[in-house]
Design a protein around this ligand. Structure first.
Ligand code: ATR
Length: 271
């Protein structure tokens, strides 16, 4: 029941209408008997978001496109990991201070770790906040990075930050072979409603590759369908989404939630 004591949590993004974060967090608040509500706020400037956190005593926030990098300078303290990545996806408002964390990195790396990252060539498509988090995690685990991006200077900057190689999307169009063991899409290409697109032509995929997509709407993206047809090992975006959300819930409440409650909330919300 929502009453005068209800704590508010939220997500800041633009666009944000398609976010499934309200579904997973509200389901967990209900399951664990916590008097809190989680809302989605589409905002134009992240300063409006951090001001709202402080002025309205909103207890915590998820941060998504396009604010993960911009929010850093508006926070009181940022974890060492998030600082090194240059991206924050989680804010905790505690004792009148705003603390920034990043739960994307751990969530992206955990399904890859058992398959082996050390010594592998890992191609990351994209160079935004999600790419920064994934690149940081891959480097920490001993993988070599190849950054593939549409905008050259942004891609080159990320590649040089993590000692990786850079390939522009235009240049890739002219190539026939990509020397990669793992390919990770961190862009929104293939996301609903543009589900007919894939970030990379299927000629680059082969059966020895692991292909991961951070897009989870739809879960079976064109990239993953084509990877599957070529015999690649595939990892969909839902696993990363659920794990980053579970780690956020733990930061806010101290409770490690059951991932299945979150998965069920998404599946029943889609009916
Ligand atoms: P996030 O913080 O969630 O990673 P972002 O910072 O907006 O989001 O980054 C999105 C990434 O997806 C960017 O690398 C972007 O490429 P540009 O650097 O060229 O902007 C990439 N991206 C998004 N839509 C794309 C599209 N239609 N074609 C190619 N790249 C795209």
């Amino acid at each position: 029941m929502i009453d005068a004591k209800t704590d508010v949590y939220c997500i800041f993004g633009n666009p944000v209408e398609h976010s499934k974060s309200p579904l997973i967090h509200n389901a967990c608040f209900k399951h664990y008997g916590i008097n809190a509500a989680y809302l989605a706020f589409k905002i134009d400037s992240i300063k409006a978001g951090t001001d709202a956190l402080s002025n309205l005593n909103i207890k915590g926030a998820s941060v998504t496109i396009p604010f993960k990098e911009k929010i850093i300078k508006l926070l009181d303290e940022v974890s060492e990991d998030a600082k090194a990545m240059g991206a924050v996806n989680t804010v905790l408002n505690k004792d009148d201070k705003l603390y920034g964390y990043n739960t994307d990195c751990m969530a992206a790396i955990s399904p890859l770790k058992p398959l082996g990252i050390q010594g592998k060539n890992v191609a990351i498509i994209g160079a935004g906040g999600a790419a920064q988090a994934v690149a940081y995690g891959i480097q920490k685990e001993g993988g070599s990075l190849i950054i593939i991006n549409r905008t050259v200077d942004k891609g080159e900057r990320l590649a040089s930050k993590f000692n990786g190689k850079f390939i522009g999307l235009n240049e890739l169009e002219r190539m026939n072979y990509l020397s990669a063991d793992i390919i990770i899409n961190t862009t929104s290409i293939g996301m609903h409603p543009d589900i007919e697109y894939s970030p990379i032509p299927s000629r680059f995929l082969n059966s020895s590759m692991i292909v991961m997509d951070v897009v989870y709407t739809p879960m079976n993206t064109r990239l993953l369908k084509e990877a599957d047809q070529k015999g690649c090992t595939t990892i969909d975006g839902l696993s990363m989404f659920l794990h980053q959300g579970a780690a956020q819930f733990k930061i806010w409440t101290g409770i490690s939630p059951d991932i299945e409650i979150m998965r069920q909330a998404i599946l029943s919300g889609e009916k």
